[in-house]
Design a protein around this ligand. Structure first.
Ligand code: G4P
Length: 543
């Protein structure tokens, strides 16, 4: 962390968009629930920290980082043992600014996807895409972007690290337009880059935020204002002026409707580390990002204006407090005005659930909350009653839809080092599968467990968490199968016959659904060709 940057963070402000009439925005209309998507190292942790700082949720830069080794308290699973406290509480971060309650949902940052990331994106209304100015769009940014697009999640782009040498701004904007098929509307433009970085210019409001010790904010009459020219060395001003004028002319204007429909991304060039344009980013989210949107359900979209409380569980976290072995279910509210102590229907079981101890998450603390609106996320401690995908409602019988589960891409047999620890292993796999860290399959023949993950890194995380939290040592062995598909059929008899004929290749998932395991894609295609009455699913909806 740069000491100088830390010293000036609180004073750094960029005037945001004209403030909408906040009086009119109360309840769910004053909520902005969003996530940050990025490739590892683009600066998500740093930006999160600066957003919390801007929102007054933390008082000191560096607080989101691990206390232990002083570096990267990332919310990564890989870091979980080192920085357990912060990574857990940072699953949801709530803070207030501009009369708006912001709920920032964390997505795991490691390069292998866990289901958790996808599910978290089902619970947000918008996203910030962080791009490293030197690298442009990277693989994980792109994958996450595709998920956002599937769900029509609008995106603001923050091109980070402009204080370092990076690629040409036009090249970066064109890359976004071409690779993501998205119009770009530059809002904040860099004045110089790398060693020549002199600040940022707001193309919409004509403010100039100067870099350097004092960080002056100056309102100008436009790019040709002599007052602006006087603030920037001539050799940097001239090319900046031309480029900024070209950018204003050549790209779309910030059209809030096109942004909310997902056709256009406002772009801010800034620096998370130096806290440049972070306030502007927050102001833009406050002014233009959508308030809670209707959520899909089996009985049609659920309107956030609805009077009755409803919400769904998008994430479950086991062992938040290792001493108590509790689980916390994270619920995103979708309608109504929730009050502590309310009895909600747990639609899957048909039972009532008294929510007497709901938790809100502020940067590093959790606190009991008295109320929540659509868009808010609370944690409900429970002992396994609540599962991912569950719907809670106030006397209505429907369920939210659209939470995906994906067929794993890596399969391994679990080998337990000490056979006396079987009970612990069973519990661990159950808990961690519930969290979405891993999928667990029981082959019909044999007595071992097969675990499935999206990327191999998750296996390291799995082993280290089983060792740390359940005191059992495991290793993973390759299996002959590399592909898994859920199987179903319109004909029960056909499905039963298929399972009988392929009994050595069929397993059951933790919900007892049959899964076909085969060697590779070729093998899968071959089997599909020969079994037209069987449907092989690579994804399924969590019900
Ligand atoms: P991530 O969560 O997306 O993985 O990224 P993170 O914030 O951890 O940032 C990755 C590295 O990039 C960090 O450096 C961080 O300080 C640096 N960084 C983030 N934003 C900026 C920026 O605006 N400008 C510059 N110059 N650097 C930035 P590191 O050396 O890997 O870690 P650290 O020792 O600084 O923590």
């Amino acid at each position: 962390m740069d000491d100088q940057a830390e010293a000036v963070t609180d004073r750094a402000t960029t005037p945001g968009d004209p403030e909408p009439d906040r009086q009119a925005e109360t309840g769910h209309r004053a909520r902005r629930t969003f996530a940050i998507i990025s490739h590892p190292d683009a600066g998500k942790t740093t930006l999160t920290e600066k957003l919390l700082l801007a929102g007054g949720a933390i008082e000191m830069a560096g607080a989101v980082r691990s206390k232990g080794d002083g570096r990267r308290a990332k919310s990564d699973w890989m870091e979980i043992e080192k920085s357990r406290g912060i990574s857990v509480t940072s699953s949801v971060m709530t803070f207030e600014k501009h009369g708006i309650t912001f709920n920032l949902l964390d997505t795991p940052g490691h390069s292998d996807f866990s289901e958790d990331t996808y599910r978290t994106l089902t619970a947000v209304d918008s996203a910030i895409m962080v791009i490293d100015a030197a690298k442009g769009i990277e693989t994980q940014t792109r994958k996450l972007f595709e998920i956002c697009r599937l769900r029509d999640i609008p995106i603001v782009t923050f091109i980070n690290k402009i204080d370092r040498e990076g690629r040409d701004p036009f090249e970066l904007l064109d890359e976004i337009e071409e690779m993501l098929a998205l119009s770009v509307a530059p809002v904040v433009w860099p004045v110089g880059q790398g060693g020549q970085f002199k600040g940022c210019y707001d193309l919409a409001s004509n403010y100039f935020l100067a870099a350097g010790g004092e960080r002056q904010v100056t309102h100008t009459e436009g790019l040709d204002d002599p007052a602006l020219a006087a603030l920037i060395p001539a050799d940097i001003y001239a090319p900046f002026r031309d480029a900024a004028a070209l950018a204003s002319e050549g790209y779309a204007d910030l059209d809030p409707v096109a942004y909310r429909q997902g056709h256009l991304t406002p772009v801010i060039f800034g620096s998370a580390l130096q806290n440049f344009a972070v306030d502007r980013l927050l102001g833009l989210i406050a002014a233009h990002a959508p308030a809670p949107r209707p959520q899909p359900s089996d009985k049609g979209p659920v309107d956030p204006d609805g009077d009755r409380v409803s919400g769904f569980v998008f994430k479950v976290q086991a062992n938040m407090d290792p001493k108590h072995r509790d689980r916390v279910a994270f619920v995103r509210f979708c309608s109504g005005h929730f009050k502590r102590g309310m009895k909600l229907d747990h639609v899957r079981s048909g039972k009532a659930l008294a929510v007497s101890n709901p938790i809100y998450f502020f940067a590093q603390e959790r606190a009991r909350t008295e109320e929540a609106f659509a868009g808010d996320v609370i944690g409900i401690p429970n002992h396994g009653t609540l599962r991912v995908g569950d719907t809670l409602s106030e006397g209505e019988n429907f369920r939210f839809t659209g939470l995906p589960a994906f067929a794993p891409e890596v399969l391994r047999r679990v080998r337990l080092e000490d056979s006396m620890k079987l009970k612990q292993l069973r519990r661990a796999l159950d808990d961690l599968a519930e969290e979405g860290l891993v999928q667990v399959f029981r082959p019909l023949i044999g007595s071992t467990w097969i675990v499935g993950v999206v990327g191999p890194l998750q296996l390291d995380v799995l082993a280290s968490r089983i060792a740390a939290e359940y005191k059992a040592d495991v290793t993973f062995e390759p299996v002959s199968s590399n592909v898994a598909r859920w199987i179903r059929s319109d004909s029960d008899a056909a499905l039963a016959a298929f399972i009988k004929d392929n009994v050595t290749h069929v397993a059951r998932d933790r919900d007892e659904r049959p899964v076909f395991l085969c060697r590779d894609d070729w093998d899968l295609r071959f089997t599909m060709e020969r079994n037209k009455d069987i449907i092989f699913d690579a994804t399924r909806e969590i019900v």
